[in-house]
Design a protein around this ligand. Structure first.
Ligand code: NDP
Length: 487
């Protein structure tokens, strides 16, 4: 299996190589095979990328928003035309099941380009009456923006960041996670094919040090990171040192609360999607499933039954539900957390094993896992695992569960399942989380802002909120009379 790109980086509308950069091996997580090699960006490559973006941005910003938008919408169409190829590439790079990557990866990036390509023309400043005189505000682009991605949704993250950035008239230098360098390069090619002028979307590969050098670069005006809290703190500090705005989409340990009047099958479906989709590697996952005591036995029994039917297997097989974890490091981390759960006294109710699948013996597979008898203080209930590990906790009443749900330094997401309308809205109102669901879980349409509070970050992706983060406000006072001066 090979997925070797033409070169490691994409700068100024073409592939660029610099073999001086450290080699990064790209692994197919289902087999452990090396499918490509790229080079980390050298300082020279970082300089080329930032310079290309800097040079291209002013002309792009002068285009009418509808003209910029038209190019983005063309790119969205091309992403959808190439969806099958892109889904396969994403599956090879991440190990996520093809049945997921066909619907959730390039299509989500396309949706972002389509949305922002249209919405930007309606995103304007205000006119302000000042009693005879008036003022107005302009929404201006920031210049060169840097996007840094995590490995769980590589092309989606690239689309969610480049869509609003480019629509608003900025240029972008994007650094994918070093684990998943491939699909952002294809996105860059597709932008070029759609007519995006050279230099506006550049991709450079590398580890954290490359990300840091981009953040610190004096020509870079803004940073958007998707990653862990730990990395977020470093990037935030670096950007803050230069007084650059930064938006942070970080990790979580989100609560999903199931009240006794919930539609049980829907609640179980939500809990499974919110723990096992993408092999559990989703930042907003509802990994603390709080179930009201009176329905606990029924909930657990159906959850177990349905979880047993999940098909692990070859991610390229369209029948497979669940692929492997992204890497050996993530596999080791998840297995360690399963051990910690047992050591801390939780009951390993289901899964926890590492199946050896025929032909995929070296893949990083972990069974969908359910822990019961979990208490709030256990590490598996407090720390982000980023794997298919669900903790089921019980509760008795509403005030108690809200307090326990909020007892975490994270605040990315939360979900409530209940048929009681008033309770649904009351509980959501009391939960400290940036992105919430009532009677579903983990849906992130581009029309709704997405992001976290507390240590899960700040700023929002998607919706008009994202355009605000990729622009700055200029206030203009227009005097209609004379200047009243005492001098
Ligand atoms: P990391 O935090 O390890 O890395 C994120 C990105 O930051 C990578 O591209 C990484 O490069 C880069 N990076 C690392 N150190 C620095 C630095 N000092 N300066 C600049 N860039 C740096 O996250 P993972 O890739 O492991 O992704 C998993 C995490 O991402 C989870 O915590 C998850 O919750 C979170 N996440 C959040 C989402 C959200 O929207 N809120 C969505 C998806 C994931 P490299 O990897 O090459 O070293």
């Amino acid at each position: 299996m090979r997925a070797q790109p033409k070169a490691s980086h994409y700068i100024n509308g073409r592939y660029v190589e610099d073999e001086q950069g450290e080699v990064i091996e790209v692994v197919y997580p289902a087999t452990g095979e090396i499918i490509a090699r790229v080079h980390s960006a050298t300082p020279n490559i970082v300089e080329l990328a930032v310079e290309a973006a800097r040079a291209a941005q002013p002309t792009w910003a002068r285009l009418k928003p509808v003209e910029r938008g038209r190019i983005l919408r063309r790119a969205a169409d091309l992403l959808l035309e190439h969806n099958e190829e892109l889904a396969k590439l994403e599956t090879l790079n991440t190990g996520k099941a093809l049945q997921e990557t066909l619907v959730a990866d390039a299509p989500s990036a396309a949706e972002a380009l389509e949305f922002f390509g249209g919405a930007v023309a309606a995103f304007n400043g205000e006119q302000v009456e000042l009693g005879g005189s008036f003022g107005y505000t302009r929404r201006e682009p920031l210049g060169v923006c840097v996007g840094i991605g995590a490995w769980n949704y590589p092309i989606q993250i690239a689309g969610w960041k480049s869509g609003p950035a480019l629509a608003m008239g900025n240029a972008m230098v994007f650094k994918p996670s070093e684990v998943t360098p491939l699909s952002a390069l294809r996105l860059a090619e597709i932008f070029t094919e759609a007519g995006l002028p050279d230099g506006l979307f550049n991709v450079v590969q590398g580890l954290g040090d490359v990300g840091a050098s981009l953040v610190a670069h004096p020509e870079v005006a803004k940073v958007s990171l998707t990653g862990s809290v730990e990395t977020g703190k470093k990037v935030q500090a670096l950007a803050g040192g230069e007084m650059k705005p930064a938006t942070m989409e970080l990790g979580g340990k989100s609560p999903l609360i199931v009240f006794d009047d919930a539609d049980l099958e829907n609640a179980i479906g939500g809990a499974m999607l919110g723990n096992f989709y993408s092999t559990g590697q989703i930042c907003s996952n509802g990994t603390r499933v709080f179930v009201q005591s009176s329905i606990y036995e029924r909930f657990l029994s159906r959850l177990t039954e349905r979880t047993s039917a999940i098909r692990l297997g070859d991610p390229l097989d369209p029948e497979t539900h669940l692929g492997p974890l992204i890497s050996k490091a993530q596999y080791d981390k998840v297995l360690r957390y399963i051990e910690i759960g047992r050591e801390d006294g939780a009951t390993l109710h289901h899964g926890g094993g590492t199946p050896r699948l025929q032909g995929l013996e070296d893949g990083f597979y972990v069974e969908p896992t359910i822990f019961t008898d979990v208490t709030d203080r256990m590490r598996i209930a407090r720390e982000e695992i980023f794997g298919p590990v669900m903790s089921v906790l019980t509760f008795d009443d509403e005030d108690e569960v809200v307090e326990r749900a909020n007892d975490t330094p994270f605040g990315l997401a939360a979900g409530v399942f209940t048929q009681n309308l008033a309770r649904a809205h009351r509980v959501i109102g009391a939960l400290k989380a940036g992105t919430c669901w009532i009677n579903t879980y983990n849906l992130t349409p581009v029309e709704l802002p997405f992001g976290g509070v507390k240590q899960s970050g700040f700023g929002r992706e998607n919706a008009m909120a994202a355009l605000a983060h990729y622009s700055q406000v200029k206030s203009v006072y227009v005097e209609m009379g004379d200047v009243e001066s005492p001098y």
